[in-house]
Design a protein around this ligand. Sequence first.
Ligand SMILES: Cc1ncc(COP(=O)(O)O)c(C=O)c1O
Length: 393
Amino acid sequence: MSHVMNTYARQPVAFVRGEGVWLWDEQGRKYLDALAGIAVCTLGYNHPKLTRALTARIASGVMHTSNLWRIPDQEAAADRVAAITGLDEVFFCNSGLEATEASIKVARKYGHDRGIAEPAIIVMEKAFHGRSLATLSATGSRKVQAGFEPLVQGFVRVPLNDLDAVRQIAEHNKNIAAVMVEPIQGEGGINVSRLDYLRGLKDICERQQWLFVSDEVQCGLGRTGKWFVYQHAGFQPDVVALAKGLASGVPVGACVTGGRAKGVFKPGNHGSTFGGNPLAMTAVVTTIDTVKEEGLLDNAARVGNLILSSLRNEFKDQVSDIRGMGLMIGVELDRPCAELVKQALDAGLVINVTADSVIRLLPPLVMSEAEGRQVVERLVPLVRAFLDKRAAA
Ligand SMILES: Cc1ncc(COP(=O)(O)O)c(C=O)c1O
C-alpha cells in the first residue's frame, strides 16, 4: 500500500523523462503533452536554458538563504514581473493559493485602511482560487468547499460575465473592497470572460474605488498570446495573482500590486520562509527571459489558433462548445467524459478533463505548429469514438 495520502484520483502512469513537449513513461512509451502539468511547464521539459541556469544555481551552493537578507535573484525576478505585469510590487510565495490568499489579504487590508470594518470581496460563480480556507471560501464550487465549513466570511458571489449583478451589489453593499476574477476560468471549465465585461468591471472598480484583482494563476504568463488576459482588455488591474507557469516547474507564486493596492502591505503584514528563494527566482528570471527571447507569446497565439480552429473545423456542431484563447482551450461535450483521459494516454496524448465534461488543453508554450496538428490528429478520433459509442448505447 502506498503511503502517499489519497487525495488524488491518479492515472497509473509515471513520467520519468521529458524533452520539449514530449514525455516518456517508465516503460519507455512516448507521449505528446498537451497539459504542461496543468499550465506549469511553460518552457516544456529539459529546456537547455532553464536546465543550465538551475544547475548553475544549485552548484553555487546557495539554493536558499532567507528573506532576512537581500536576495539579488529575487530583486531581478521582481523587476521582470513588474515589467511584464505593468505593476509595481511583487511578493513571492510558493503556490497559486498563496498568491490568491495574499491577494485576499491585500484587499482586506485596503478595505480596513479605507475605514471598512468588515471588508468583502466580490467573487465569481465557478471560479477556482485554491484550497486554503480563505481561497476555498472564495472558490465558486460546493465540491471544493464541502466538509470544510465554517467557511471564511467576506465573499459575495455573482455569475461571470454579468455586470448588472455587480452594479446591484455596488448600490447596496458598502463593505465591498475588491472584485476578484479569473479572466479565463480554468478549473471551472475554460469559461472566458468577455473583454467588454472585464472593462466594465474595471470601470465599476474605478468608480467605487474597489481593487481589481486578476487571478491569472492559470491563464496568465503568456498562455493566451499576451502575458496576461487583462492586457487583451487594455487596462491595468490593482492586484495580479500568479503561480503555475511563472517558473516552468519550480514551485513559485506571486502577488503583484500596483495602482490603489501599491503600498498596502507594510513590513510585518505578510511573509513566507521559502518565498522568493534563489533557486525559484532563477527559474522565474530564466522563464520570463526565454519566453521573450524565443517569441513564445506569438507562438502561443499562433499554435493556439491553429488547434482551436482545427478542432472547430473537425467537430462543427458535434460538440457542445469549443472555446479558449491561445494555448488555453476547452472542448465541452454534452456528457461527463473523464474516461477520455485514460483513452488519450493509451493513444500517447496527455490531456485533462475538468468540470466533468470539458476536455482541457494547456500545452507548453514551446509547442510547434506541427506538434499542435498532432494534438488535433490524436484527439479527434478519440472524441468521435466516445460520442459514437454513447450515441449507439
Ligand atoms: C486560477 C487559479 N487560482 C489558484 C489556483 C491554486 O493554485 P495552487 O494549486 O498552486 O495552490 C489554481 C490552481 O489550479 C488556479 O487555477
